[in-house]
Design a protein around this ligand. Sequence first.
Ligand SMILES: [Zn+2]
Ligand SMILES: [Zn+2]
Length: 307
Amino acid sequence: MSESRILLYYRFTPLADPTSVMLWQRTLCESLGLRGRIIISRHGINGTVGGSLASVKTYIRRTREYPGFHDMEFKWSQGSADDFPKLSVKVRDEIVTFGAADDLEVDENGVVGGGVHLTPTQVNELVAERAAKGEDVVFFDGRNAMEAAIGHFRDAVVPDATTTRDFLGELDSGKYDELKDRPVVTYCTGGVRCEVLSKLMIDRGFSEVYQLDGGIVRYGEQFADTGLWEGSLYVFDKRMHMEFSDDATQLGHCLHCGSATNTYRNCVNDDCRDMILLCDSCAADPATAHCGSQGCLEVTSAGPRRG
Ligand SMILES: [Zn+2]
Ligand SMILES: [Zn+2]
């Protein structure tokens, strides 16, 4: 059996003709038998693709031949083309959808005016340094609240966001204004969302904004559960979550019985399918395998329909 891998990558760089980049990337992926999802905008590229080891190596080499992508970093993980339903290569307004395309300026070094990049080690050093002066560094979660419910940095601020589009409203709500003169470290899964989020925060008067380079993925690779990260990492493939060690704590709670869980499942009502945290036993019982809304409760308690 041949080996395979999944690649995760992004690069903010000005693309004068996103459509031609899209067509080139699509042809390249098709010729290599890769599957996954690539988004291209005038600000850069954001992708995840899977395929044979030989194919993903060729993909990296060919993609880096493009001047704007020559120093793009690729994160490797276990998986294959089969982890994706198909190949999707699209041009959009934004490579991450904050609804802020026109606020973003990008040059060959990346996003202009974003937060200072810190490596995982530098984040720990910053926290220790400030603690010695009696000052707290604030972790600001750049993901959706649902992702943060099963894992986040210690004492993190978790915005009330269902999608990335909700962040602008959250930042403008005034809720986080007391953080504007404090040190804030933004973090997300692999780093791409914080490139934009940290810039939006600086634009709104947050005075000391950092971003975790390589995101939770890189922090976890380096420190697992011995650092400032707590819980599980939500992931966007069929695994749903991953842990960095056997010592990971379960931060999520079952919607129905409150017991610890880190497993999201779909509401049993086919017309709903909302993602909810359920423990194994509540998920196994039809009376508790729903999301709790009145409609879903009625559907599941009605039992089999009579002809
Ligand atoms: Zn339960
Ligand atoms: Zn439901």
